[in-house]
Design a protein around this ligand. Structure first.
Ligand SMILES: Cc1cc2nc3c(=O)[nH]c(=O)nc-3n(C[C@H](O)[C@H](O)[C@H](O)COP(=O)(O)OP(=O)(O)OC[C@H]3O[C@@H](n4cnc5c(N)ncnc54)[C@H](O)[C@@H]3O)c2cc1C
Length: 436
């Protein structure tokens, strides 16, 4: 066993293993051991040994995803001790960090006019290894793309212990490092990443627009998208978010548009106003938004505040559907909520066709908790019928799961690559037909 790898910590007590058995989403699966290496050489020795022993290996950054610890009966390699910011190049706008660095750690070290836009959990807890391995998205992905779009190079340890430094010297040129984007720890342990940084916008406007129906919010995005409005983000919150605790609201959805202030602000304002009016807006508010708050923006706070005010918790599902099925998806979740007598919360990012929805329950009420679990299963079944792809990410994120569903050729090619790189099928083996 790799407990003897010098420098790396190995945890195997009951208390430690239980604390590594959950992700932020309460998924439970208990590893046999947790190893916490502090540098790539340790990762290399660990992987080589585990691969030779044909032991299942799972990787974990911060565990903020659904897929961060499916480590039942395997060894979990946790990357958080590899947490050094190696270089920030303020001129070229790049940063090189070890893979266990959390987004918030880098954000704090950057000068105020530079930032990194992808903060998927909204709490800046995700690691750089995790966001690349999942090709994570965030509300600002509309303007900046997903985590994979920010990647310039990476260092990875393969299951045979070999250490590869991959990347292009030309900024913007995609190289073979892209192979690891979205592979969810199934090909190797990413130990270092070089990512692109961005200039912080100087002035931002936040539009808050209430519309009568969900369809109006979806349509508003389509119109805004083609009208030349310099959008940084667009999300809408279904009325259920504001109805928590039995409150009554008179709108169908609340739209949040974050706009980079252009030189002719008045022209853009008129455009947004007229689009909102076409969609029958009930309210149009606009305020300046402090750019220093980026990459966070206010929308997600509704969710957190709503849950706090009712003292309830929520079982989430995250999925993408084709744009023309967004309304159908929300209606199906709504109907399940009514049937199961559970309040729901739903937010939608139409630029990525992505929906986060969930059923709320009282943690102390076991019956209600069971009902929420049943509701979630029903939702997954019903949403599968309209081509939902589940998992946190972009729909291209949670990649392997997505690829599996999308195309047999994609899957076949991935399996061939996997066979070459990981012939003993030890790394995150849930993604291989051999183990399924
Ligand atoms: C409230 C909330 C909201 C969220 N919203 C979004 C959202 O809008 N969009 C979105 O995309 N995600 C979202 N997420 C999910 C999550 O934040 C991201 O998936 C995140 O990128 C995972 O980072 P992590 O460090 O926690 O990785 P983990 O959860 O620990 O791991 C994620 C996956 O990456 C692999 N992995 C981790 N590190 C490495 C490494 N060094 N090398 C190789 N593989 C590795 C793991 O094996 C696992 O398969 C949200 C999460 C929360 C809690």
């Amino acid at each position: 066993m790799p407990g003897g790898i010098e420098g790396s910590e190995t945890l195997s007590s009951d208390v430690d293993l239980i604390s590594y058995s959950y992700t932020m989403f309460n998924n439970f699966s208990r590893p046999d051991a947790v190893i916490r290496p502090s540098n790539p050489d340790e990762v290399s020795s660990i992987l080589k040994t585990l691969s030779e022993e044909r032991k299942k290996v799972f990787i974990r950054g911060s565990g903020t995803s659904f897929v961060g610890c499916p480590a039942e009966g395997g060894v979990l390699i946790e990357t958080r001790r590899m947490n050094e910011i190696l270089e920030v190049d303020e001129e070229d706008l790049t940063a090189t960090v070890e893979s266990g660095v959390q987004i918030g750690h880098l954000l704090k070290k950057l000068p105020s006019d530079i930032f990194f836009p992808i903060d998927p959990d909204g709490l800046s807890l995700s690691t750089f290894g995790g966001i690349i391995a999942e090709d994570s998205a965030s509300p600002l992905s509309l303007a900046y793309g997903t985590a994979g779009n920010t990647l310039l190079g990476l260092e990875v340890v393969l299951p045979d212990g070999s250490l590869m430094e991959l990347g292009s010297t030309t900024i913007g040129a995609r190289g073979i490092e892209s192979l690891f984007i979205g592979t969810e720890g199934s090909l190797g342990v990413i130990t270092k990443v070089k990512i692109r940084l961005y200039r912080r916008p100087e002035r931002l406007l936040l539009y808050e627009i209430d519309v009568p129906h969900v369809e109006d919010a979806i349509e508003m995005y389509s119109l805004a998208d083609i009208s030349g409005i310099p959008l940084l983000g667009f999300e809408f919150y279904y009325r259920d978010m504001f109805e928590l605790g039995g409150k009554e609201v008179n709108m169908g959805s609340r739209v949040h548009m974050l706009v980079k202030s252009p030189p002719k602000e008045e022209v853009i304002h008129e455009k947004i106003k007229s689009i909102a009016e076409i969609e029958g807006a009930l309210k149009i508010d606009v305020e300046e938004y402090n750019p220093m708050l980026l990459p966070r923006w206010r929308g997600r706070e509704y969710l957190i505040e709503g849950l706090k005010s009712t003292g309830r918790t929520v079982s989430f599902i995250s999925f993408t559907v084709p744009r023309d099925s967004i309304f159908e998806a929300i209606s199906r979740v709504d109907a399940i909520g009514s049937r199961m007598k559970l309040e729901t919360v739903t937010m939608v990012n139409p630029s990525m066709n992505w929906i986060l929805t969930g059923f709320t329950y009282n943690f102390a009420d076991e019956k209600e908790m069971k009902r929420a679990e049943r509701a979630l299963k029903m939702a997954i079944n019903q949403l599968s019928e309209i081509q939902a792809i589940f998992g946190f990410g972009t729909g291209t994120g949670t990649n392997m799961a997505g690829l599996k569903l999308r195309s047999l050729d994609n899957r076949e090619l991935f399996e061939k690559v996997k066979k070459c790189i990981d012939p003993n099928f030890v790394m995150n083996p849930i993604f291989t037909s051999k183990e399924e």
